[in-house]
Ligand binder design. Structure first.
Ligand SMILES: Nc1ncnc2c1ncn2[C@@H]1O[C@H](COP(=O)(O)OP(=O)(O)O)[C@@H](O)[C@H]1O
Ligand SMILES: [Mg+2]
Length: 225
């Protein structure tokens, strides 16, 4: 059984002359415990595909099964339940709340899950420490560099301890040393905790930490290595 099973997915934006086909008939089966890199040139549809996998965006056509359960993209409540319970998403643009502190940002998804404040604080602190940003916990997001914001976004995703982790260019704002640190954390979550991980990346270093690399081109799979 695949944990994620995407069948013949299309996503178009705009109409008529302005139509853009971002995802052009993609299928993918992901097994539990896979760690996969998705690569390809800018604009080839990687983020759109990952957003559909994360139930953040809806496909124009195609079917999606998570744990053999068909996702109904028309049911917004169902989508938010899936995101809440199963998927941690690391956004390309971090999507942090600028007016909240680092600690509040990292704790926020746990609040949506109804977890008590004490446990929220404990979990958040655990991952702030793992990412070496505990000392930033009371700072506002506005005070942070791009690399620091990236680590906060990763800490926020990991704090949820979801079965599935989807990351869109998680090392895009980091130097090599910090990129390796992040990938080691993801690799450990995969190997020790059997998390299923998909990482969109431009970085060959990131792909080296994954078991499989899938390449996209013009909204389709290019080749499988
Ligand atoms: N919200 C949107 N509205 C219109 N076009 C979009 C939107 N999001 C993405 N696109 C277009 O879809 C294509 C794929 O984009 P994207 O998935 O972001 O690619 P990648 O992540 O590989 O750089 C691009 O041509 C992009 O301009
Ligand atoms: Mg992208």
């Amino acid at each position: 059984m695949s944990i994620l099973d995407l069948r013949n997915i299309y996503k178009t934006y705009g109409k008529g002359d302005n139509e853009v086909i971002a995802v052009d008939g993609i299928s993918i089966k992901v097994d539990k415990g896979d760690i996969i890199a998705i690569m390809g040139p800018s604009g080839c549809g990687k983020s759109t595909l990952l957003n559909i996998l994360g139930c953040i965006d809806t496909p124009s056509q195609g079917e999606y099964y998570i744990d053999d359960f068909q996702v109904d993209f028309k049911k917004l409540n169902q989508l938010s339940k899936i995101r809440n319970e199963k998927i941690s998403f690391i956004f390309q643009n971090f999507a942090l709340i600028k007016d909240l502190s680092v600690l509040e940002n990292v704790m926020l998804p746990l609040k949506f899950r109804g977890i008590a404040r004490k446990e929220r604080v404990n979990k958040a602190i655990k991952y702030l420490n793992e990412l070496d940003i505990f000392n930033l916990k009371n700072k506002s997001i506005r005070q942070l560099s791009g690399g620091q914001q990236q680590r906060v976004a990763i800490a926020r995703a990991l704090t949820q301890e979801s079965e599935i982790i989807l990351a869109d260019e998680p090392t895009g704002a980091l130097d090599q040393e910090n990129s390796i640190k992040i990938m080691k954390i993801l690799q450990e979550l995969n190997q020790k905790h059997n998390k299923t991980i998909l990482v969109v990346t431009h970085d060959n270093l990131v792909a080296r930490f994954c078991n499989k690399t899938l390449k996209m081109k013009d909204g389709k799979w290019d080749s499988i290595k």
